[in-house]
Design a protein around this ligand. Structure first.
Ligand code: PMP
Length: 441
């Protein structure tokens, strides 16, 4: 048998090489497409491959204007803004693009101090600390909050930055079923007896980590139930609001505001400036003691260059618009618009028969493709119709749960959305991903 196989080996290798190369090109074609504009509702996408009549991909470099359904530009601040942009340009002239220093050295400008106060006030916590990157905020902060002898109980669909931070902390990590307060309670009950005082438990500290809106699911955290369990078992709560801060809640204050949770019940509130505020960086907001502890112990505070001043200024200006301190009602209108756009788009996708994940009000809406082999056709056909979409697959999702992740923006007009829905309907029929064809019933 092995002799026979050996005989076929050269042919097998040849075929494998052929298929891997073709597949490699097709996959390459869906990701890393360079963008030649701001991440606004329309973007210039550089196509690196084109298809000939034999459906073979060739290298090219053609720029197409596409309707953008991929960026996390929830409030539309990623494009030039009448209030933010002039101030950002001023800060660039005054402070330069970089502080060239860590926070504790020369890296704290007046802008950094102002933003820390503004963030704390905006998310309704006593104090806040900034970091140059959202990802590093989780991965660097978690090890400064908990270590060996501690227990992290983490939602099974938490972001990779949380997974990385948890692993790096040296604490024991237990995972609970996604968004299930009942399973969280089961996990905690196994670890400790209910009501035991913090000082008499096998764990030095327990932190439960959840997200406000789950980035691959578009789903809201069942925060009130999670908090009830945390209180019962005296565990700290850590909430990542990367996708929810600025995007949901009557005044943009995220999942706590939307679900009526008192922020005093969330011990550590983490968020990023890369989505609703159109900038860079991340923050932790918590009690004065926790923030003081982080400022005294977190290596990323000492050894990493601080947030770029123009990025800080962008966030200050964007928050001022959101809270109406720019003297207009643009912030309130943007918030109403993102809610209206998200709910309209989601209900239209459902009506057309797509399987869409996530909750009402969430601007993140994954359309299920399931089979990852559908990604290249879906992505290329959308691009052919001037629609830029993000597709996600393993390892960002389980192997057979590939999806296209739509992110809506307050800057999408009704015409933009109708065009996008039209294209998605055509491509959905072509690729075979309308699982509930309600219209035709
Ligand atoms: N947390 C969550 C839930 C995220 O989705 C992301 C990235 N999208 C991050 C943290 C990392 O943030 P950033 O992209 O700003 O580094």
């Amino acid at each position: 048998k092995s002799k026979n196989l050996q005989g076929y080996a050269p042919i097998c290798l040849g075929l494998e090489d052929f298929y891997t190369r073709r597949l490699y090109l097709r996959i390459q074609d869906c990701f890393n497409r360079p963008i030649a504009s701001a991440p606004d509702s329309w973007i210039d996408v550089v196509e690196r491959y084109s298809k000939d009549n034999n459906k073979t991909l060739h290298r090219t470099s053609k720029t197409s204007k596409c309707l953008n359904l991929g960026s996390y530009n929830y409030l539309g601040f990623a494009a030039a803004d009448e209030f933010c942009t002039p101030r950002v340009i001023e800060s660039l002239k005054k402070y330069s693009p970089s502080t060239c220093s860590a926070r504790v050295d020369g890296g704290t400008t007046k802008l950094h101090a102002e933003l820390e106060e503004l963030v704390a006030q905006f998310v309704r916590k006593p104090a806040a600390i900034l970091f140059g990157m959202g990802y590093a905020t989780n991965s660097a902060i978690i090890p400064s909050l908990i270590g060996k002898g501690g227990l992290i109980v983490s939602d099974s669909l938490n972001h990779n930055s949380i997974v990385n931070g948890s692993r790096g902390s040296g604490a024991t990590v237990q995972v609970f079923q996604h968004n299930s307060a009942a399973h969280l309670e089961e996990v905690l009950r196994e670890q400790i007896a209910e009501g035991q005082p913090r000082t008499h438990r096998p764990w030095k500290k327990i932190i439960v980590i959840v997200e406000g809106i789950y980035s691959m699911e578009g789903e809201l955290c069942k925060l009130p139930d999670i908090i009830d369990v945390c209180k019962k078992y005296k565990a700290y709560t850590y909430l990542d609001e990367a996708h929810s801060i600025g995007a949901i809640g009557r005044s943009g204050r995220g999942v706590c505001e939307l679900l009526g949770v008192d922020t005093a019940d969330v011990d550590i509130m983490m968020g990023t400036f890369t989505k609703s505020f159109g900038s860079c960086g991340g923050y932790i907001a918590a009690s004065k003691e926790i923030i003081r502890h982080l400022k005294n112990t977190c290596p990323a505070h000492f050894y990493a260059t601080s947030m770029s001043p123009p990025s800080v200024q962008q966030v200050i200006s964007a928050i001022k618009v959101v809270i109406g301190e720019d003297g207009s009602d643009r912030g309130a209108r943007k918030l109403a618009q993102i809610r209206e756009n998200s709910n309209f788009f989601r209900s239209e996708l459902h009506r057309m028969g797509f399987e869409v994940l996530g909750d009402d009000d969430s601007p993140v809406m994954p359309i299920m493709l399931y089979n990852p082999a559908k990604i290249p056709a879906f992505s290329r056909e959308c691009l052919r119709h001037n629609l830029a979409v993000v597709t996600v697959a393993f390892p960002a999702t389980p192997l057979l749960l590939a999806r296209a992740r739509i992110c809506l923006s307050a800057s999408h007009t009704r015409e933009d959305m109708i065009k996008a829905l039209d294209v998605l309907s055509t491509v959905g029929d072509l690729v075979g991903i309308k699982y509930f064809p309600i219209e035709t019933q």
